[in-house]
Design a protein around this ligand. Structure first.
Ligand code: FAD
Length: 288
């Protein structure tokens, strides 16, 4: 775990691009509140296959223009063409965007789109971005302490992660997890393979058990039995779910930071409250 200690700590937040004007207003209000944690950047997800292209661009433009904080678009390569990817990279570059989160992406099942685009995996996307734009972008990639659900085995997943790093990634953000030991072991394994970059834990605040269980099943995150059982036991009592979730996730963040994690990346789900509550407890947010 010591391999991560030498990097400066970076805190950041992730949004998804809303589909309505009202959703966009809520996102901007959340972004305003989240300024209290002095994030290094706000990222905005991208619907694989380009389904949110316009809305991602719109949200990124507004964040870049109005917050004084870097905006980092996510970009996926599944079902994309090189020409389309080149076009969006040039656009972001012209807008003064310097950070990008490069991903393969997952197509929704039944979407009818081609499974692969011209670039098959995230390492190929990172290579493409470097070939097209040199060192212009700080490139973030995804990491999976509990392993990617489609990986044939853990060693191959680690080696595939290494390919992204060797292709030119500057730092990584993990899938969210609730087992800190999975993260500690993952970064130790990366050090063994001479994978040398900051690996920032992705943090999902707990506010809604049904939604969390669905997401976790899809992305391969384990909700430990003791957490799942407690959350199930609260039934529809949302206040208790939030209070318990706040305790659990704050403890997780504290442990990660104490043991050398180089920051935290919050999956905000476009809500400021749960992330700020954690940051306040950790002493990471200025007073309102
Ligand atoms: P890759 O690194 O390409 O890996 C995908 C799988 O292929 C893994 O099992 C890996 O082991 C294997 N693999 C990798 N390279 C090779 C290779 N060269 N040969 C053979 N096998 C290989 N999804 C979105 O649609 N939009 C988003 O905005 C988005 N943001 C995300 C942000 C973060 C921080 C994270 C952690 C995930 C995000 N995702 C997003 C989800 C992500 O797209 C999925 O998890 C996807 O299945 C994998 O993307 P990846 O970039 O990690 O893929």
């Amino acid at each position: 775990m010591d391999s991560q200690r030498r990097y400066p700590k970076i805190f950041s937040c992730e949004f998804f691009p809303p589909s309505t004007d009202e959703g966009m207003r809520k996102l901007f209000a959340a972004r305003q509140e989240l300024m209290r944690m002095q994030p290094a950047f706000f990222s905005v997800t991208y619907g694989a296959g380009g389904s949110t292209r316009e809305r991602t661009v719109q949200a990124i433009q507004a964040i870049q223009a109005h917050s004084g904080v870097d905006a980092a678009p996510h970009l996926t390569c599944v079902a994309a063409t090189c020409a389309g990817t080149r076009e969006i990279l040039s656009y972001y570059r012209a807008q003064g965007i310097h950070r990008i989160v490069a991903l393969r992406g997952d197509l929704p099942s039944g979407s009818g789109m081609r499974e692969f685009g011209e670039l098959h995996y995230a390492n190929e996307l990172v290579t493409f971005i470097r070939a097209e734009t040199g060192d212009h972008f700080h490139i973030e990639v995804a990491a999976y302490p509990e392993f990617h659900p489609q990986a044939p085995n853990t060693e191959r997943d680690l080696l595939n992660f290494k390919r992204k790093v060797e292709a030119g990634a500057n730092s990584a953000i993990t899938q969210y997890f609730y087992n800190p030991d999975a993260y500690f072991r993952f970064v130790d394994e990366c050090a063994r393979l001479e994978i040398d970059l900051p690996i920032v834990p992705g943090i999902m605040p707990i506010t809604n058990f049904t939604q969390l269980a669905r997401f976790s099943d899809g992305c391969g995150t384990e909700i430990p039995r003791w957490i799942r059982k407690r959350l199930e036991g609260f039934g529809d009592d949302r206040d208790s779910i939030r209070a318990f979730g706040l305790d659990v996730v704050t403890d997780l963040c504290q442990r990660l930071l104490e043991q050398g994690a180089p920051g935290l990346h919050f999956y905000t789900m476009n809500q400021a409250g749960p992330t700020l509550a954690i940051c306040e407890r950790l002493g990471l947010a200025t007073t309102a």
